[in-house]
Design a protein around this ligand. Structure first.
Ligand code: ZN
Ligand code: ZN
Length: 388
């Protein structure tokens, strides 16, 4: 019986794994950025909500507050009127698309974030768990603002909306065992609640249902970064896997942007000692000089060679795209760009859009051989079908 039950569960997951459209147009986002919350305050900032806790319904209107506290494996809810009740979970059902709530972890600093859609709060093993159920396009607007910033014009945000939507559908079942689709942290895509920027909603609507796919209509991994430093990185230099659409391109657009250049000075002894830990034998200082005019995979000093990606990680550098020169008893790193460098360069894409390039041209410049298709037409990708 148990085996049959397991088979049923497996079949259910397999079927849901091949379902690209989430049910009823809503997706569930785990608000993990609330960080180990035991006490939450929820405020209704716009519209109305219907609160269901246990079997009791309560109507909430603008400016109403409720306090939710973890009580063992249940939640204790206190409303503005002072009435309290204990339930397995609490659900706030939005009265309409404009309904909005904010939620704050009472044990943390910072201003509360505002969300459209519904909210469910339950007791997890160690803390409260909050899930925002929201329509796809409103969620994507929130992601685009969190990942791409407030500033930019329509074509730039359209490109970012496409990447966010492609990621969403590729990873739609990533947290299904946790009871939601994706989390709100960079583990999935950053989502800090609703977007406040009109042009971002325009961009999301203008690209509604569109995603990036390869020639066979499989969704593709389409990463981005802040600034490539003038040349994007090939995927195999960062993640080992070589992907045709992620081979490096020369980027003339991002050279004068905020994150185009960086510098760092490291003590000579410290540098020699660090390299020594990885097998380098110091002969003379001139060996340490290293030029990187176009992107390389390794730092070389004399006969010694070491992955740049490891150096970036160990020293917390902005990028792997740097040259090394000698300073006064120190070495000087002169770097370009910010981020892993693979895929779309955000600062370059922003400049392209300002110069009149369209979203299609921006995507075509940073990703090779891809097509833009309706999500209905994608084929179940390996990533989706093996999510379990
Ligand atoms: Zn996640
Ligand atoms: Zn760039």
């Amino acid at each position: 019986m148990l085996t049959r039950f397991k088979s049923f569960i497996f079949l259910f997951f397999m079927l849901s794994a091949f379902t690209v459209h989430p049910m009823a147009g809503n997706i569930r986002i785990g608000l993990l950025s609330l960080e180990r919350s035991f006490s939450l305050t929820v405020n209704i900032c716009e519209g109305e909500y219907e609160m269901l806790a246990g079997r009791k319904y309560t109507s909430l209107k603008k400016n109403d507050n409720i306090l939710i506290v973890k009580a063992g494996n249940k939640v204790l809810v206190t409303t503005l009127s002072g009435s309290t009740l204990v339930a397995d979970s609490i659900r706030l059902q939005a009265g309409g698309p404009e309904s909005c709530f904010s939620v704050r972890n009472n044990l943390r600093e910072g201003s509360p974030r505002k969300y459209y859609g519904h909210l469910t709060v339950m007791s997890d093993i160690e803390s409260l768990m909050a899930v925002n159920s929201i329509d796809t396009e409103s969620y994507l607007a929130g992601v685009v603002q969190a990942e791409a910033g407030f500033k930019g014009n329509l074509e730039y945000f359209k490109a970012q909306a496409m990447l966010a939507r492609t990621y969403l559908y590729m990873n739609i079942n990533r947290h299904i065992r946790d009871g939601y689709n994706l989390c709100d942290k960079i583990h999935c895509q950053a989502y800090h609640g609703r977007s406040e920027v009109g042009v971002i909603y325009d961009a999301v609507n203008a690209t509604r249902d569109l995603v990036l796919a390869d020639a066979d209509s499989f969704l593709v991994f389409a990463p981005f970064h802040s600034n490539c430093g003038g040349q994007t990185e090939s995927s195999e230099n960062v993640w080992l896997a070589s992907m045709q659409h992620l081979s490096g391109v020369i980027d003339p657009y991002c050279a004068f942007s905020r994150n185009a250049h960086w510098k760092k000075e490291i003590g000579m002894e410290e540098w020699i000692s660090y390299m020594g830990e990885h097998g380098y034998r110091h002969m003379n200082n001139d060996d340490l000089v290293f030029k990187q005019l176009s992107r390389k995979r390794n730092y070389t000093a004399g006969n010694f060679s070491f992955p740049l990606i490891k150096i970036r990680e160990d020293w917390g550098l902005m990028s792997t795209f740097f040259s090394v020169s000698l300073g006064n008893n120190s070495i000087l790193l002169n770097g370009r760009g910010y981020g892993h460098g693979v895929g779309l360069c955000q600062e370059g894409a922003r400049v392209m859009s300002e110069r009149g390039f369209t979203m299609e041209e921006i995507i075509g410049f940073y990703f090779r051989g891809l097509k833009i298709i309706d999500v209905k037409d994608v084929r179940p990708s390996v990533e989706i079908s093996t999510a379990f």
